[in-house]
Design a binder for this molecule. Structure first.
Ligand SMILES: NC(=O)c1ccc[n+]([C@@H]2O[C@H](COP(=O)([O-])OP(=O)(O)OC[C@H]3O[C@@H](n4cnc5c(N)ncnc54)[C@H](O)[C@@H]3O)[C@@H](O)[C@H]2O)c1
Length: 313
């Protein structure tokens, strides 16, 4: 049994990780300030001997230093996940992503914890043409403060591994989807269509192309990489090598909600909003070599996630 320290563990992805780790018989401490996390997703585990919940902030160094020692692996997911909010409050990602990640690393160094799993993002690639991006593609000119925060986090992690003999997996996710999702385009479309089933406002021209993949696949991929990665610090795309258009997502969501002839209103041109990359195509050959592949195409993942959010599955 390993002792996992899960920052951001009461959020969408984190709460799924909790279920998986406890099912595997591991011990889990969730450290989360609940800013976007949901206590309800994890509270059924409170009281179990191999589960602990600490409501605290990764910016609270004293609390972090008190909570982390004694764990074997840090799975760092805590971050601002509202990209638009981060662009409007210019120090938000700097604090919650960059300084937060620094605090986690520094606390690990002091506590002698060597193993880290880090949730990074395709946003580190910035605005790239519609071609499958490999981990070696660059120049990594990010276009959102969220992306900048993730890229800074990757840099700090790499340096800490080199300097302090740590081992870290850096995962660049595509769009992770599933049940309990509280953000993202599928969730937004469902909310909007519940309010008005006849019309749907779509940010951008609907031709944006993104890869969506299931949260269960994401967790399986992270664990596979953690087990099989050879280098001390390495970076992996995790997503699908298929993609869905945003109009395609609207079609799937409308269909699953039983709606016909929904009028789509597009706005903002080819980009959804400033800071959003219209194309996110992944080359996932590197992770496939380790024996992992997503179980569903992007469109299938969108459909399953839509069904779960609507309550059909
Ligand atoms: N969902 C995706 O498609 C996606 C894509 C790329 C990367 N990611 C990354 O995966 C991770 C998890 O994302 P998610 O989709 O589950 O989002 P989420 O918002 O549901 O989860 C983030 C969690 O971190 C917590 N948190 C935020 N700031 C904190 C702080 N300062 N101190 C302590 N806890 C804090 C929140 O309360 C929340 O529980 C994030 O790092 C996110 O950037 C997600």
């Amino acid at each position: 049994m390993s002792k996992y320290f899960l920052t951001g563990g009461s959020g969408f992805i984190g709460s799924h990780i909790v279920e998986r780790l406890l099912k595997d018989g591991q011990s889990v401490t969730v450290y989360d300030n609940l800013v976007t996390g949901n206590r309800k997703l994890i509270e059924h585990h409170i009281g179990k001997s191999n589960f602990k919940f600490i409501e605290a902030d990764i910016l609270d160094v004293e609390a972090l230093n008190k909570a982390m020692p004694g764990h074997d692996i840090v799975w760092h997911l805590a971050a601002n996940t509202d990209i638009v909010k981060g662009n409007n409050n210019t120090d938000f990602d700097l604090k919650n992503c960059t300084i937060g990640t620094y605090n986690v690393l520094e606390c690990m160094r002091k506590a002698g914890i060597k193993n880290l799993m880090f949730a990074s993002s395709a946003t580190v690639y910035g605005d790239m043409p519609p071609k499958p991006l490999a981990e070696t593609d660059g120049p990594l000119l990010t276009i959102s403060l969220y992306g900048a925060g993730k890229l800074a986090g990757e840099g700090l992690i790499s340096a800490y591994c080199h300097l302090f003999d740590m081992r870290a997996c850096i995962y660049r996710f595509g769009n992770v989807v599933g049940g309990n999702m509280w953000h993202g385009v599928i969730f937004d479309f469902i909310q909007k269509l519940k309010n008005n089933p006849k019309e749907l406002d779509i940010l951008g021209d609907g031709k944006q192309e993104k890869n969506f993949f299931m949260v269960e696949d994401c967790i399986e991929g992270m664990l596979t990489i953690y087990e099989k990665m050879e280098k001390d610090c390495d970076v992996f795309n995790l997503g699908t090598d298929t993609y869905s258009t945003i109009t395609g997502v609207a079609d799937i969501v409308s269909e699953e909600m039983g709606l016909k002839d929904v009028k789509y209103n597009y706005s903002g041109g080819s980009r959804g909003w400033r800071g959003d990359a219209p194309y996110v195509h992944f080359n996932i050959a590197k992770v496939k070599k380790l024996g992992w592949a997503p179980k569903h195409t992007s469109d299938e993942a969108v459909r399953i996630a839509a069904k779960r959010l609507i309550g059909k599955e």
